[in-house]
Design a protein around this ligand. Sequence first.
Ligand SMILES: [Zn+2]
Length: 142
Amino acid sequence: MADMAKADIAKADMAQNTISTLAGSIGAGLSCACPRCGRGKLFRGFLSLRARCDVCGLDYSFADSGDGPAVFIMFLAGAIVVGAALVTEAQYHPPYWVHAALWLPLIFILTLGPLRPMKGLMIALQYHHKAAESRFGGADKS
Ligand SMILES: [Zn+2]
């Protein structure tokens, strides 16, 4: 009986700490936190995920952002760097080493910097919208 009450309290705690709004999910994703509770850590290494949330126990095996974060960042960083290089070349005609000194560090900053938050964001949005690969067989097995 006491165990039942404890389990109910734990369930209620989990329900209260669940993120339900889109803004909350976006915030949890950008801060690389668990998409369900917003408190547990999402990453183990730079981009590798933990097996589960150490606060609420959410299994992260559903999360597969694939190339999504990298593609968005490539388009955005590419537009910024190429645009800036074109404007700089047209305005100042600097030697090539100036281009290399300017744009190589910028490329690293603009690609590696937002990669973790972008992957966290995509996983949080995947969790929020319950997105998953389509499967044959119809019935939802979760
Ligand atoms: Zn969690």
